[in-house]
Design a protein around this ligand. Structure first.
Ligand SMILES: [Fe+2]
Length: 271
């Protein structure tokens, strides 16, 4: 019996290690542009066809992650979006020279001439403070929203700070919105949508990485805290219609499996 279970154990370990190696070598740098048309209740006809590019979870930490983020920016710009949204976890963690990596990764976003918004994710607080990103973001034309509203193109862009970092104040942020115009909430942790009031037209999140490792039949064994219920794609029946991007980078093992990195391009229409 012992020998049999030993063989099963080592078989599973070998299979897992092989899958990680395959994912690291062949899938981590694959990038897919996900183009979605979303029909939203309350979205105004004057903004029919409004295009949002989403660059989530770059987890910038080294040259490989910088190169992947640069390719993601190139793909996003080719779609000619009206706005680019960065829903958190720009960094993997704070370390020396990481701001130079961010500048290198996102310099292409200057082409958007200030039409780029970001919120902090939990990783943007690891070993540091998301506030430290603000000057670098300003140089790149990226506006960091921490429980704040930016009114742009007749839309209230409501950026909520990270729940896991203990900084979120969604109601305080929403209260600052102009109720006449549509509200798009950008909040890193997707499962927090269940705490929102009915009314905003859309929420955009990342954090889950789509599970990062997916079985061939679609099971995600390693979901993240506050990224378990809403893992990937569009959830039209959530309390606020929600889009969750699989994001660009990786966390934990630098590998993905059956879960390619994503540049999301959302074209918004009235329902
Ligand atoms: Fe995260």
């Amino acid at each position: 019996m012992g020998v049999k279970y030993d063989r099963l154990f080592w078989g599973a370990v070998t299979l897992g290690a092989g899958a990680l190696l395959y994912g690291a070598l062949f899938e981590t740098d694959k990038l897919k542009v996900e183009r979605r048309s979303l029909r939203l209740r309350g979205w105004p006809h004057r903004l029919d066809g409004y295009k949002v590019a989403v660059l989530a979870d770059a987890h910038i930490r080294d040259h490989r992650s910088v190169m992947l983020a640069q390719r993601a920016v190139e793909h996003a710009l080719m779609e000619e979006p009206d706005i680019v949204v960065i829903p958190g976890d720009t960094l993997a963690y704070w370390k020396k020279d990481v701001l130079e990596f961010v500048e290198a990764a996102y310099s292409g976003l200057k082409m958007m001439h200030g039409r780029v918004i970001a919120v902090p994710g939990n990783h943007d607080y690891f070993a540091g403070d998301a506030e430290w990103l603000v000057p670098a973001f300003e140089n790149l034309g990226i506006r960091m929203l921490q429980n704040e509203v930016w009114k742009h193109d007749g839309v209230n862009w409501v950026g909520v700070d990270s729940e896991i970092a203990g900084r979120a104040d969604p109601y305080g942020a929403i209260m600052k919105a102009d109720p006449v115009d549509p509200i798009v909430i950008v909040w890193h942790e997707p499962d927090m949508v269940d705490t929102l009031p009915w009314g905003p037209e859309l929420m955009i999140s990342g954090h889950s990485h789509g599970g990062q490792f997916i079985s061939p039949w679609g099971w995600a064994p390693a979901t993240s805290r506050l990224g378990k219920k809403y893992v990937s794609g569009f959830y039209g029946h959530a309390p606020v219609p929600l889009y969750v991007s699989r994001g660009i980078g990786t966390t934990g093992p630098p590998a993905r499996l059956f879960c390619p990195a994503e540049v999301s391009v959302l074209t918004l229409h009235p329902a």
